[in-house]
Design a protein around this ligand. Structure first.
Ligand code: FAD
Ligand code: MG
Length: 323
């Protein structure tokens, strides 16, 4: 998934039991990426759908899809409606055009980023090939119009966390495991308990210095925590930060004074989808959206100012930046 994965388990049995569980959890992620969600692996369901849409030169296509992908897409369509279009998994063309991941790596070595930004006409062409109004689900099929391409980068890791938890909750695995913590880039699952009975602590990165944390969440039991930020995948031109979360209304990276959004939920899908949606919506509308889904949210704005839902206050401890 183009990110660092770190998994820690506390098995009830010996280390070999722990290794088996780690291998199983890792396979869950690999299967999901290779067979279902990756845009980059040609054999995945999403890549095949995108290829068919690309080949159709703007004509409508219909593809038979798995129950699993249909359920995911249904939830994504609902999230688009609830977020007034801020959350949008039909931005594949725009994401490809911006290619922030590659530019972030290239620009680190090469100051000439300006000439690499997409032009206005390229952007408006790509925008025409985006939009959830061009995506319809119908009895086991997905219909795509206007050459739309799917990009589930905003929810893939959250879905993986839900699947890891389902794997660990299988009765034969439950008996083998006391607890564990599973980190896929910015999305984290806590599960069960630590052997010493202390709670899980999940740090929240300081957007101004990603080597530091601005605070942490204290969690007992199973939770999902996802963070979307403008400080991991970005490059700068003329003092402006070009990062990977795009405003579907403008086609440009979101610039709204928000630099990090952390969402806490029992559901990995929701924590990941909401962290992206709330980043685009900003704090007032984002807070209302999280509340609608029963999730807690924390925003880090300009100057590391922190805003959070009332429920988040029970979990969050701020680390003072003063010596
Ligand atoms: P999130 O905030 O959770 O998501 C941001 C991502 O969602 C963006 O990168 C974009 O893809 C998409 N997006 C942008 N704007 C919106 C919006 N308004 N609404 C909805 N979605 C939006 N990266 C690599 O470098 N190489 C890989 O091979 C690779 N493979 C991947 C395979 C899978 C299955 C997944 C899920 C991700 C993969 N990625 C890969 C990472 C991916 O490209 C994104 O960078 C990553 O998913 C962003 O996650 P995040 O938690 O940082 O941000
Ligand atoms: Mg997300």
């Amino acid at each position: 998934m183009g990110t660092m994965i770190q998994m820690t388990v506390y098995p009830k049995g010996d280390m070999a039991t722990g290794q088996t569980l780690l291998d199983g959890a890792f396979s869950v992620v690999t299967d999901l990426e290779e067979n279902l969600l990756s845009r980059r692996i040609a054999s995945s369901e999403v890549a095949k759908i995108n290829e068919a849409s690309d080949r159709a030169h703007g004509q409508q296509i219909s593809c038979v899809i798995s129950r699993e992908l249909s359920d995911i897409m249904e939830r994504c369509i609902q999230m688009t409606k609830d977020s007034e279009g801020a959350f949008d998994v039909s931005l594949g063309r725009l994401v490809t055009l911006w290619r922030i991941d590659e530019l972030a790596a290239e620009v680190a070595e090469d100051a000439g980023a300006e000439g690499k930004l997409p032009g206005i006409s390229e952007l408006s062409e790509a925008m025409k090939q985006c939009g959830m109004e061009s995506v319809t689900l119908e009895e086991g099929q997905i219909l795509l119009e206007n050459g739309v391409m799917l990009d589930l980068g905003s929810v893939g890791k959250g879905i993986a966390l839900d699947q890891i938890r389902a794997y660990l909750e299988q009765s034969e695995n439950q008996e083998k495991l006391k607890g564990g913590i599973f980190s896929l880039g910015g999305s984290i699952l806590t599960y069960g308990e630590k052997p010493d009975g202390t709670p899980w602590k999940v740090g929240i990165t300081d957007p101004q210095d990603s080597a530091k944390t601005i605070g942490y969440l204290t969690l007992t039991g199973s939770f999902c925590v996802s963070t979307s930020g403008d400080y991991e995948r970005y490059f700068e031109v003329g003092g402006l930060r070009y990062h990977h979360i795009l405003d579907p209304k403008t086609g440009y990276p979101v610039q709204n004074g928000i630099h990090g959004v952390t969402v806490l939920s029992k559901s990995g899908f929701l924590s990941d989808a909401l962290s992206t949606a709330c980043f685009v919506l900003g704090k007032e509308k984002g807070m209302a959206l999280a509340e609608k889904y029963g999730a807690e949210v924390l925003f880090v704005g300009d100057g590391n100012e922190i805003f959070m839902s009332d429920g988040m206050k029970a979990y969050f401890t701020q680390i003072s930046s003063k010596p």
